[in-house]
Write a protein that binds this ligand. Sequence first.
Ligand SMILES: [Zn+2]
Length: 416
Amino acid sequence: MTIDEKVDKTLSDLGVTDAAGVAALFAEVRAAMEQDLENLRARGAVDQSERLKMAKDTRDRWLSRKNGLVSLADENWLKKAPQDLKPAVGLAFNQLRQFGACMKVEELVKVVRLLESRNDIVEQSRNISAASTRAEMQGREDAVAPVSGSSLKARVSSGGISTTHDLTLPGLRRPLGSIHPVTRVQREIEDIFLGLGFKIETGPEIESVHYNFDALNIPESHPSRDDFDTIYIDAQTLLRTHTSPVQIRAMEKWVKAGSPGGLYVITPGKCYRNDNPDATHSPMFHQIEGLAVDTDITFGDLKGTLDYFAKKFFGDETRTSFTPSFFPFTEPSGEVAVSCYVCGGTGCRTCKESGWIELMGCGMVHPQVLKNGGIDPEKYSGWAFGLGIDRFTMARYGINDIQLFFQGDVRFLEQF
Ligand SMILES: [Zn+2]
C-alpha cells in the first residue's frame, strides 16, 4: 500500500495499535517525503517556469490544505486516533510537520535551482532542508533569504541551538562495538605471561633480512628460509614472517641496558607470508612469542612455564606433551601439544581421535642466536616459544575458518 493510499485510512484500519507502530508509520511518510526531494534533485528543470511548476506539484502533493498528504494524515490519523495513542501520534505528526517545511514552494525551487548550478549539489540542498527546517522551528520564516552558497553556510552555522528544539526527540543511537576476538585472546595470553613477570616487547612489521633471518640462524642457504614464502619490499627489506626478530631486538636492548636481572619478554604482533587465503591460512596473521634469558635457565623451566600457561588458558585439567622438532633458532626444539580441550583426551573429531592438539613450537635458544643478540652463551641460556594467536582464537571459540577474522563482517564480529 502506498503512502497516498494509507493516509486515506485510519490507524485502526491500518492495524496500527501501539507507539512502535505509529513511529514506523511516520518514518515511512518521512522517507516518502525525502524520496520526493531526492527525485526533484535528480530531475532538474529547463527554466524558471518549469522549476516553479515542479515545485508547486510537489508542494501541493504534501502541503495542500485540502488533499495534501500532511493534511490527510492530520484528518485521518491524528484526529481519529484512539485516546491512548493520541500523545504518540501527536508527537510524530508534529515532527513530520516540522520536517515538512522543506516542502514549501520557495524551498523546493531552491532545491531544483541548486541542481542546475551543479555546485556541490547534494550538500547544499541538504543544507537548505536543514536550514529551513531550523528556521521553521524557530518561527522565523523571514530568515529564509534568497539562496547563495555563502549565505546558506552562514545561515546553517548561525542556526545554532534553538530554544524551541523538541528535547523529547529520540537521540542518535550509535551501535556499540566490541573487542575483536583475536585481540581478546591476545590480551588473555598477554595477561597470563604478565602475571609471571614477563614484559611486552614490540618491533617493526617492516623488517630487515638481518633481523628476520640471519640473526635467527637462518642463513640464505638454509632450506627453512624457503618455508617462509615471503613478501619482500626490496632485497634487504621484507614484511616480517614471524615475531622472532623482536627477540633479537629485545636481546640487544637488554645487553645495551647492562643485562639487568634476566630477560623475560613476550612479543605479540602481526606477521606476513605469501600464503593464499584459505580456511587455515592468511597472508597476515598474528603471533606471540616468548623469550626467557637468564643465568640458569633449563628446559625444565620451559616445560613448567608452558604447562602453567596451557592450564591457565585451557583449564586446570589440561595436560601438555612435548615432542622433539626442529627450528633453526632453538636447540633442542620441541612441539607442544595440549590434551584435547573438546574431549579431554579420549579422542574426537577436533583432535582427529588422537586426544592431543599441537599448538606451538618451542626450544632452548640456539647459542648462535644468543651470540647474534650480543649475549654470551657461556654465561647465559634461554628458552623461547612461538604460537599463532589466530589458531588459539579458533580453538577457543570453535571457529573453523581463519578468514572470518579479517572480513569485517559485523554479523560475525558482534557475537563476541
Ligand atoms: Zn578431542
